[in-house]
Ligand binder design. Structure first.
Ligand code: C5P
Length: 250
């Protein structure tokens, strides 16, 4: 089980945002020496099913199942138990599902892992989707807080409910570390090297700045998967992360 990875490769998470097993296998085979964790989201899982987990395991890599569970406690706990049996390393739940949903999920995940002789996956909390802005929060959800305070409150609920970490924008890391402590795992999407295009991401941060800020896992997708030479792009990201790791260690 990995908690706080030390080297660049183990910190790099590559999303398999594709529809077929063939495309996923091509990415995993090509990039497995450069990537510690492959992220499987709803797009791929609803297309190919649990075989995707087995394929990545057979290639010797860790899996982050990005299913963002949000349902009544019993349903989330039972679905989580199924993921535990499949041997994923990470999965996530919406913190807005509440502390009861989170603690029920963690309890059954722990029991299931024990009875299967496996380690319990790390469970990460989703705060507010980046597709939400202040206007949606205020006018649709009638939440009378600014986004930063709302995210900070959800981070505190995540920590108090026993989650292992959180998915956040790298720009929020100092605040999360202050609220939740240094051992809380922080996984960040929207990472963009200076040489890549930003796509639809907002509040992007470079791999160097993410590592400097203390991000544990960096999700880097399109800068690598859309590159003409994916291996060279992955190596460039790793080099940048490694330099920053050495700088931080000095
Ligand atoms: O690096 P790239 O933008 O291609 O990464 C996209 C991946 O990161 C997708 O799998 C997406 O679901 C995930 N993600 C995100 N923004 C968030 C949370 C997750 O882009 N706030």
């Amino acid at each position: 089980m990995i908690g706080k990875p030390k080297n660049a490769r183990d910190k790099l998470v590559l999303p398999l945002d594709v529809n077929t097993m063939e495309e996923a296998k091509e990415l995993v085979t090509e990039l497995k020496d450069y990537v510690g964790v492959f992220k499987v989201g709803l797009q791929l899982y609803t297309s190919v099913g649990p075989d995707i987990i087995k394929m990545i395991q057979d290639e010797g890599r860790e899996i982050f199942f990005d299913g963002k569970f949000h349902d009544i406690p019993n349903t989330v706990a039972k679905a989580s138990a199924n993921l535990v049996k499949q041997g994923v390393t990470f999965f996530n739940v919406h913190i807005t599902g509440g502390s009861k949903m989170i603690s029920t999920c963690l309890k059954l995940a722990r029991e299931t892992a024990k009875s299967c002789g496996l380690e319990r996956p790390k469970v990460l909390g989703v705060t507010l989707l980046t597709s939400f802005g202040q206007r949606t929060l205020t006018e649709e959800l009638l939440i009378n807080l600014n986004i930063d305070d709302y995210v900070s409150q959800l981070a505190k609920v995540a920590k108090k409910s026993g989650l292992d970490g959180i998915i956040a924008s790298a720009t929020d890391v100092p605040k999360i570390k202050k609220d939740c402590g240094d051992d809380f795992i922080i996984l960040c999407p929207a990472i963009r090297p200076t040489w890549s295009v930003v796509n639809d991401q907002i509040r992007v941060v470079t791999p160097r700045d993410a590592v400097r800020a203390g991000v544990d896992y960096l999700v880097v997708g399109r800068p690598i998967t859309s590159a003409k030479d994916r291996v060279s792009a992955a190596q460039l990201v790793l080099d940048e992360m490694q330099e920053a790791l050495e700088e931080v260690a000095r």
